[in-house]
Ligand binder design. Structure first.
Ligand code: SF4
Length: 424
């Protein structure tokens, strides 16, 4: 029989991501992006910005859900005129989340005609693919950059696969055709995306905008392309990077694609801020994209936003719905209460709760959590041991196991994170 040493020297024992790539930090309102700051979660509204009530409500909801920066569409005079009013209303509500204006085609004009909008926004997003065409392109791009300099604002130069600078792409395609062994059209397109971001950043810097005022993004809709583009971008510049898979899609498809692409990049130390672009269901909740972004960062160990509930998947041993209902109830209680808990219980986001379906892994997993319950599986005695800080505390019985456990979780939070917390 082979006797294994306790740790095989050849085994991979590190379980950490690569160090974060060093980037130049950019202040967006009161939020730092890059420069070693924690990866920032951001989102975008889907209201008509000219509808002030709806926009204020959605920005406030996104901020409450944890979005640290919120982007709004500024597509015409009415929306540009609404921006300072939206800002004012949010300030009155105590919502200080920085607002980013998303400009396309006429951003230079809207910013010039609406100085209060230029002032109220914390950042301007410019898409170099549709800032103007031919000789107007550099002039209009330059006008936005000059506005940013005048108002002391940063910009995001946000290249998008769907609106790529066609003149640049054509130039690169022509040059590629001259090569003895031309690269694929897809590879040339990726190169055009990266170059569009880098050349635009170079131009902005020549005009006088500091690198500490420029964030870059280069969004595509395919996972492998996104990984390749950002690896390349990160190798070629130290600008702060905004990650996001564009047109990620709806439901689980969008969540999986965004998580797969951004998870790999974040693991490699690439990315200073993320947005998960989910298509909501009709009348769906826009804050879902914030939740997914937070869960991605927390699952990978980059940040802690809210307590983690570990639950087993359930199996043939959990034929009643008690277990699913309790896991869901605890999870939604946490999400609902978190805005209050964040203030009242500093550090509560580090809490681990386990809700397990039966005796097989229940006691073991519950012991690893701060507080965990092992519910009785089918055929087991109807008793549920609760473990607190790794030790068995009580055994709950009867019809109110779920409610009793919820009370225990609330008591634990008060005891450990409340102002009169017990010393350890
Ligand atoms: S802990 Fe029990 S109920 Fe949960 S998956 Fe494992 S065996 Fe099934």
């Amino acid at each position: 029989m082979t006797v294994h040493s306790p740790i095989d020297p050849a085994a991979t024992i590190d379980a950490d991501p690569a160090p974060r790539r060093s980037t130049v930090g950019v202040g967006v309102g009161n939020i730092m992006v890059g420069g070693g700051a924690p990866v920032v979660v951001q989102s975008m509204t889907n209201t008509d910005t000219a509808d002030i009530d709806a926009t204020v409500a959605q920005v406030a909801a996104l901020a409450k859900a944890g979005s640290e920066i919120v982007r709004i569409t500024v597509d015409r005079d009415e929306s540009a005129a609404a921006v300072p009013k939206v800002r004012e209303r949010l300030d009155r509500l105590g919502v200080d989340v920085p607002l980013v204006g998303d400009f396309h085609y006429i951003g230079h004009k809207l910013l010039a005609d609406h100085p209060a909008c230029a002032e109220a926004l914390a950042k301007y997003r410019i898409n170099p693919g549709n800032v103007g065409f031919k000789d107007k392109k550099d002039r209009q791009f330059g006008a936005i950059v000059e506005t940013a300099i005048r108002y002391g604002k940063p910009v995001r130069i946000g290249v998008n696969w769907g609106s790529l600078d066609q003149e640049l792409l054509t130039r690169l395609m022509d040059a590629n055709n001259e090569l003895p062994q031309p690269r694929s059209a897809r590879a040339v397109t990726r190169e055009a995306i990266v170059q569009s971001a880098l050349l635009s950043a170079e131009l902005a810097e020549e005009i006088g905008l500091g690198r500490d005022r420029i964030i870059l993004s280069a969004k595509v809709s395919q996972v492998q392309d996104l990984i390749a583009v950002y690896r390349d971008l990160s190798r070629r510049t130290n600008h702060a990077l905004h990650l996001g898979l564009t047109e990620a899609g709806m439901g689980s498809k969008g969540i999986v694609a965004s998580s797969a692409a951004m998870g790999i990049l974040l693991q490699e130390g690439i990315g200073d801020t993320i947005r998960v672009s989910l298509t909501p269901e009709p009348n769906g909740d826009r804050t879902r994209e914030v939740q997914v972004a937070q869960e991605l960062l927390q699952t990978m160990g980059f940040r802690q936003f809210l307590p983690v509930v570990a639950a087993c998947p359930g199996c043939g041993r959990t034929t009643s719905t008690v277990f699913q209902e309790l896991a869901q109830k605890i999870q939604s209680d946490i999400r609902i209460n978190m805005p209050i808990w964040r203030e009242k219980y500093p550090g509560v986001e580090a809490l681990n709760v386990a809700v397990m379906g039966c005796i097989v892994n229940g006691p073991g997993e519950s012991k690893h959590a701060d507080i965990g319950i092992s519910l009785p599986g089918t055929g087991e005695t109807p008793a549920a041991p609760v473990f607190v800080d790794g030790k068995k505390s009580v055994t709950l019985r009867g019809p109110d196991i779920a409610a009793d456990f919820q009370v225990m979780v609330a008591d634990y939070i008060e005891r450990r994170f409340g102002s009169g917390q017990a010393s350890e």
